[in-house]
Ligand binder design. Structure first.
Ligand SMILES: Cc1cc2nc3c(=O)[nH]c(=O)nc-3n(C[C@H](O)[C@H](O)[C@H](O)COP(=O)(O)OP(=O)(O)OC[C@H]3O[C@@H](n4cnc5c(N)ncnc54)[C@H](O)[C@@H]3O)c2cc1C
Ligand SMILES: *[C@@H]1O[C@H](CO)[C@@H](O)[C@H](O)[C@H]1NC(C)=O
Ligand SMILES: *[C@@H]1O[C@H](CO)[C@@H](O)[C@H](O)[C@H]1NC(C)=O
Ligand SMILES: *[C@@H]1O[C@H](CO)[C@@H](O)[C@H](O)[C@H]1NC(C)=O
Ligand SMILES: *[C@@H]1O[C@H](CO)[C@@H](O)[C@H](O)[C@H]1NC(C)=O
Length: 527
């Protein structure tokens, strides 16, 4: 019995070995004309695992049992990506594209729907070309937004770009999923500030905005990564920033009236002057010096102006926070980027050019959008769960300002007018055995929040990918729009989902670019 099982195991592993081997060989052969040394690695290379994990931000997807690619190809130029796409399509190999590797569910470097796939890793394609006469920049997909910010700031003290807060995000995945940061109330999302793009379609053609057409150009500005093609570079419009901006970070615990202050923040955070962005991080903690439980709420702000004007606005609109001049620091915009990314003050911004992830941990996150102020009794309910062992953090991000001005249908990102703030729930841990505990409390908090957040649909942010919201099953599957496996479609995109489905059917009719939450093939709604 045991030995026949062993023989079966041996046969199966031999079969899968030779199948892998065959894919690796045929793909390699097909690429041979354009291949340069050390850019095509299979698992038998010593450098394979270090390369795979170098941009695998979520340690949950680096365990031995996580499905691994058959190979990682690291192109150095557009021609090589084109060839890789043509070869993969011809040979029927599934492709995953990775820019910064921050996908919450690891979908740029692992797969649960198809055991055989290769990764095209764009980490060697990170050119940045700033044009200060036109106030624009061409940036390649593999660059991090930190590198982008640095290159812009290097050329001008009064130009910036409104994208994410964590500086190691890849431009490729981040911008195509929306991309918000500290200037969103003034300038909208990264995707709202795209002028042009270069994308490689499933036939291996390179298309710019004119060639791809306005439908596809619409779809890639918020429709999420990995669905339409490989974005090679973006042309972005730079925005004006003052030479001096102001930041602060102030923490209030329950003993310091955190509940009343947060209640007030909900009312004012999205209606302030749009130069002011105050996000709040909520976390369970202890009363200082004791083991008594409390909750800390940390208000972190960017103000596009000096301290005096900031103090005036705060005194009129949000005196409850009790902000003092001494809490505020004036600095340049690039220094504010460093402040929000969590770097100590003495670290020079040039560290951003290293383009490295600032931290790696095991995590699971979820998101919600809030359109009505949560009553104090609701906040009390939240505090109770946050005091449980293994509770997640919550990050509350204000909306309003420019986010109210842009129509829901202008881009695939629909969470616009009327949103007061977005909630991100983040559970993280360093010991893998703690996963069940942390994910359990995370889901419980999310469940409890149902009554306080947007509904029909309950909205979620595409860039905070969450496979709890459903996932595509099979390559060939044709779904009905009401299929539960597709709940994420309406949650991420609301009514824009149908338009994304139609554009996908038109632009990638063979469904070459697919993953667990790529825009699916529908039996209807594809008008
Ligand atoms: C620590 C951390 C902090 C974050 N902070 C923010 C924040 O402040 N603001 C915010 O908006 N979001 C934030 N995010 C979410 C982030 O925007 C998304 O995870 C985003 O998709 C990351 O892009 P990436 O290129 O780094 O990831 P990847 O994992 O490389 O890609 C993400 C998805 O896009 C696809 N993709 C990648 N490159 C391309 C390409 N060139 N063309 C087409 N498809 C591609 C991938 O296949 C995958 O499906 C954060 C995430 C993390 C882990
Ligand atoms: C891209 O790189 C390959 C391999 O080095 C080379 O043969 C090709 O000419 C390059 N193409 C361009 C457009 O630079
Ligand atoms: C895996 O992907 C390939 C290429 O996209 C496809 O032909 C094959 O059917 C997929 N296998 C499964 C099990 O879905
Ligand atoms: C907080 O309190 C818990 C017990 O409630 C204790 O285990 C923990 O060590 C305390 N943490 C700190 C930083 O004091
Ligand atoms: C800690 O909690 C206990 C019980 O609620 C209370 O009696 C005590 O005063 C608290 N200590 C502090 C420092 O808040």
């Amino acid at each position: 019995m045991a030995s026949s099982r062993f023989v079966l195991f041996l046969l199966l592993s031999l079969a899968s070995f030779s199948y892998s081997h065959q894919i690796q060989e045929t793909f390699l052969q097909c690429l041979s004309d354009i291949l340069v040394p050390n850019t095509f690695l299979t698992p038998d290379y010593a450098d394979f695992t270090p390369l795979l994990t170098s941009r695998a931000i979520n340690l949950r997807f680096t365990t031995p049992s996580t499905p691994k690619p058959e190979a990682i190809f690291t192109p150095l130029n557009e021609t090589q990506i084109q060839t890789a796409v043509i070869c993969a399509k011809k040979l029927g190999i599934q492709v995953r594209v990775r820019s910064g590797g921050h996908d919450y569910e690891g979908l740029s470097y692992t797969s649960v729907m198809n055991s055989s796939f290769v990764v095209i890793d764009l980490s060697k394609m990170r050119g940045i070309n700033v044009d200060t006469t036109e106030n624009s920049v061409w940036v390649e997909a593999g660059a991090t937004i930190g590198e982008l910010y640095y290159r812009v700031a290097e050329r001008s003290k009064t130009l910036g770009f409104p994208a994410g807060i964590c500086t190691s995000l890849g431009v490729g995945g981040h911008v195509t999923g929306g991309g918000y940061g500290t200037m969103m109330r003034k300038y909208g999302l990264a995707a709202d500030n795209v002028l042009d793009a270069r994308i490689i379609n499933a036939n291996g053609d390179i298309l710019d905005r004119k060639l791809m057409g306005e439908d596809v150009f619409w779809a890639i500005r918020g429709g999420g990564g990995g669905s339409f093609g490989i974005i090679v570079s973006w042309k972005l419009e730079l925005v004006n920033v003052p030479e001096t901006v102001t930041v602060f970070a102030v923490t209030k615990t329950l003993e310091q009236d955190a509940t009343k202050i947060l209640y007030k923040w909900q009312e004012v955070g999205s209606v302030f002057n749009e130069d002011l962005f105050i996000k709040v991080t909520l976390a369970g903690s202890n009363v200082s010096g004791t083991t008594n439980k409390t909750v800390s709420t940390t208000y972190q702000a960017l103000f596009l102006g000096g301290i005096d004007r900031l103090m005036q606005i705060m005194n009129v609109n949000f005196p409850e926070l009790g902000l003092q001049k001494e809490d505020c620091i004036e600095m340049s915009w690039i220094e504010s980027v460093m402040f929000f990314a969590g770097y100590p003050r003495n670290v020079p911004p040039s560290v951003l050019l290293e383009g490295k992830p600032s931290f790696l941990n095991y995590f699971k996150a979820k998101s919600d959008f809030v359109r009505q102020v949560i009553p104090e009794s609701g906040l009390d309910e939240i505090w109770k769960i946050m005091n449980e062992e293994g509770s997640p953090l919550m990050i509350w991000n204000p909306y309003g300002g420019m986010m109210n001005e842009i129509l829901e249908s202008s881009t695939p990102f629909p969470h616009r007018k009327g949103v007061l703030f977005k909630i991100q729930y983040v559970a993280s841990w360093m010991d893998p055995v703690m996963e069940e505990k942390h994910v359990g409390v995370l889901r419980k908090l999310y469940e409890c929040m149902t009554q306080y957040v947007s509904n029909s649909p309950r909205e979620a942010y595409a860039n905070f990918r969450d496979l709890d919201l459903g996932r595509n099953d099979k390559h060939e599957f044709i779904y009905d729009i009401d299929d539960k496996r597709l709940s994420w479609g309406k949650m991420y995109f609301k009514d824009n989902f149908e338009r994304l489905v139609a554009i996908k059917a038109d632009f990638d009719p063979d469904y070459f670019f697919i993953h667990e939450q790529s825009i699916p093939r529908l039996s209807r709604g594809t008008s």
